[in-house]
Design a protein around this ligand. Structure first.
Ligand code: NDP
Length: 451
């Protein structure tokens, strides 16, 4: 089959799933040369099989809000691929959640997890539930109702969910408590748990830290470093917060953060004090980013219009860009603005934050580009380390986990470069990540027969 035929095949079967098709298209562009080289993969229809979830579970979540009104949401778990380990991937609570969004995330997760070197398959789940404006009690009620159904489909050797947008430590706590009550067993069925009840040190920080470790590896490969680099960061949640923290620790200057309403530009750069304010604002008070500009002198706040043709955050002058909010937040025009503003490196903290057109602009301009499935894999890798600690009944120190995280990010970096080189795309991290991830899963599927 030609590349266009593969795409047509997936399009026909998933006609109304734009995010999923976008993710498949991106991977296919890179792995088509692998399919051309390996007749056995084509014969076994491995690509076709990888684009079909092993299982897609959809369920009703019914709960009572604080007024006593009945609320009905949709819950999902996409068990995408278990060739190399139990399904692993986060849960997202956001009104934009659809089967298409979760299938794109689960598909990406297959290759990301393969790159970490830890035996984990790909999965993703969540709900169209909107946590914004909900009381503490309502969040707990929803989590309990959600897990009431999900519990029958997961366990610590089958499918181990974690957090994602809208699901942080608080939600993982309520979900875990409900699972334990239903199953009457204390197992590592979720990752991102609290320290003291099965969680791993550094898991909270891991995605943001791992992203910056990855960027540091990319710069070092060119004889450079993060020291003195001006960095644009979007988002102000888990990934963004710890990316900013690690940028500061490695001598860079993070000058922006954002939420779904707007962004702040702090020319002087984040400091420890300012970051603590942001964490408290977002994690405890759950306020809007505008407050950061009200609190600190010299900070500019600007609204983001989701319908505008570009995001002004990406038009600022900088050396590095780290999109850490959500999918498709950097489009073609944003990418052109980044290039114009002098950006030399773009590493994705979020999943698929750059559109295909945006990626092409970035690559054509010779900007170093790291796809999320490589650069944000530190989160799931540390989830893998949490699973290992749970299986062993041990708790590793902060230093042990951080050392392992750094090694894993370096390993992913080197694996991407080696695969890219082997397939004639030297220095192309996107091609390298897709090819290396695909090869690992393809070989496992080949060995396990037609199932
Ligand atoms: P959080 O919920 O902690 O934070 C998300 C941030 O992005 C918030 O600032 C939020 O703003 C903003 N945001 C969310 N949706 C939109 C939107 N539609 N438009 C604009 N801004 C938006 O999530 P995480 O930090 O955990 O996740 C961020 C990204 O990183 C996601 O793509 C996720 O899949 C990815 N990721 C996360 C990992 C993890 O370990 N947490 C691991 C690997 C990838 P607001 O406050 O207004 O909602």
């Amino acid at each position: 089959m030609l590349l266009a035929d593969y795409l047509q095949y997936v399009k026909q079967r998933n006609a109304h799933e734009p995010e999923f098709l976008q993710a498949v298209d991106e991977v296919l562009q890179s792995v088509y040369p692998v399919l051309e080289r390996h007749a056995e993969f084509r014969k076994l229809k491995l690509f076709e099989r990888m684009t079909e979830p092993e299982r897609l579970i959809s369920f009703r979540v019914t709960w009572l809000d604080d007024k006593g009104d009945v609320q009905v949401n949709r819950g999902y778990r996409v068990q995408m691929n278990s060739a190399i380990g139990p399904y692993k991937g986060g849960l997202r609570f956001h009104p934009s959640v659809t089967p298409s969004v979760l299938k794109f995330l689960a598909f990406e997760q297959i290759f990301k997890n393969a790159l970490t070197g830890i035996p984990m398959g790909g999965g993703k789940g969540g709900s169209d539930f909107d946590p914004k404006g909900k009381s503490e009690n309502e969040i707990m009620k929803f989590c309990q109702a959600f897990m009431g159904e999900l519990a029958r489909h997961i366990d610590d050797r089958t499918d181990v969910p974690a957090g994602d947008i809208g699901v942080g430590g608080r939600e993982i706590g309520y979900l875990f408590g409900t699972y334990k009550k239903i199953k009457n067993e204390f197992t590592g069925v979720l990752t991102g748990k609290g320290i003291g009840w099965g969680g791993s040190l550094i898991r909270t920080e891991a995605t943001g830290y791992g992203l910056i470790y990855f960027a540091q590896n990319m710069l070092q490969a060119k004889g450079d470093s993060l020291k003195g680099k001006v960095c644009l960061v979007s988002g102000s949640g888990n990934v963004a917060q710890y990316a900013i923290e690690k940028i500061m620790q490695l001598g860079g200057k993070a000058v922006t953060a954002s939420d779904s309403n707007g962004f702040v530009y702090d020319e002087a750069g984040f400091t420890t004090e300012k970051l603590e304010f942001l964490k408290e604002l977002k994690n405890v008070r759950r306020g809007r980013i505008k407050e950061y500009a009200d609190k600190f002198k010299g900070v500019v706040y600007q609204d983001i219009d989701a319908k505008a043709d570009h995001n002004p955050l990406w038009a600022l002058k900088a050396d590095c860009a780290f999109p850490c909010a959500t999918q498709n937040e950097v489009n073609e025009k944003d990418a052109r603005n980044l290039v114009k503003g002098g950006v030399k490196l773009l590493a994705e903290g979020a999943n698929m934050p750059t559109t295909i057109e945006g990626i092409n602009v970035i690559l054509d301009a010779g900007v170093m580009y790291a796809p999320g499935k490589a650069s944000n894999a530190g989160g799931v890798a540390t989830s893998g380390l949490e699973m290992t600690q749970n299986y062993m009944g041990q708790n590793w120190t902060r230093e042990e986990v951080d050392d392992k995280l750094q090694d894993i990010m370096k390993g992913i970096h080197d694996t991407c470069l080696a695969a890219a080189k082997e397939y004639g795309k030297p220095g192309n991290y996107m091609a390298g990540a897709n090819i290396a991830g695909f090869l690992k899963v393809a070989r496992a599927m080949q060995a396990q027969g037609v199932i």
